[in-house]
Design a protein around this ligand. Structure first.
Ligand code: NAD
Length: 176
């Protein structure tokens, strides 16, 4: 999965709860490594200009992943997520890029039974999923409290934004 923010952390713990054996987290901010591990990631790749993310994922996963989640909202990262798939793999696009964004793909690479799909709010079915989420939380399996790193009075909005940019937050909450 690419992007260890509030969305990505929940992808990580969703994968853990689903029983994934290996969960590779990618983020440009090295500060996100510990958070990713806390939520269930087994590996962390620090993205950057000198790193070929697709190669790094393929090396760690011995050829490619079954599921790739884009959790940033950047077309170039959507392409990386697609390119990191193994045969039969599925790329799930969660990040929301600028309206009208497009991404190009190598059609030949998709014939190996690959799927590209979007997902909004976890494709949740509230009647069934919310009780399950509450159960998982009560059993201590779903980390919700840990998602809130800091709370701020609304006047300290700038501090919250700085902390977010510095990679200090899973989620920051503003109190009105
Ligand atoms: N599909 C949905 O239902 C849904 C719901 C809410 C938000 N979103 C979207 O999901 C995306 C993520 O939201 P969020 O709240 O988790 O954001 P966030 O700011 O908390 O996290 C984004 C993460 O991406 C990382 N990142 C930025 N550029 C990167 C790069 N080039 N390579 C690797 N990592 C990089 C950042 O370091 C950060 O950790 C946004 O586009 C948001 O609009 C989607």
């Amino acid at each position: 999965m690419i992007g260890v923010g509030g969305i990505g952390l929940n992808v990580i713990q969703g994968a853990r709860l689903a029983g994934a054996g290996q969960i590779i987290a990618v983020d440009a901010n090295p500060q996100k490594s510990d958070l990713a591990a806390q939520f269930g990631a087994t590996d962390f790749i620090q993205a950057g200009p000198d790193v070929d993310t697709v190669d790094a994922i393929k090396e760690l996963s011995a050829g490619g992943v079954d599921y790739a989640f884009e959790c940033v909202g950047a077309p170039a990262l959507v392409r990386q997520a697609i390119d990191s798939l193994d045969w039969g793999g599925t790329c799930v696009i969660l990040g929301v890029p600028k309206l009208g964004s497009e991404v190009s793909v190598m059609i030949a690479g998709l014939y190996n039974d690959k799927t590209i799909m979007g997902c909004r709010y976890g494709a949740a079915h509230p009647q069934n999923d919310f009780p399950m989420i509450v159960d998982l939380y009560q059993q201590g399996k779903l980390l919700l409290d840990e998602l809130v790193t800091s709370t701020y009075p609304v006047e300290r909005f700038d501090d919250a934004l700085t902390d977010l940019h510095d990679g200090k937050l899973a989620r920051g909450v503003l109190n009105f």
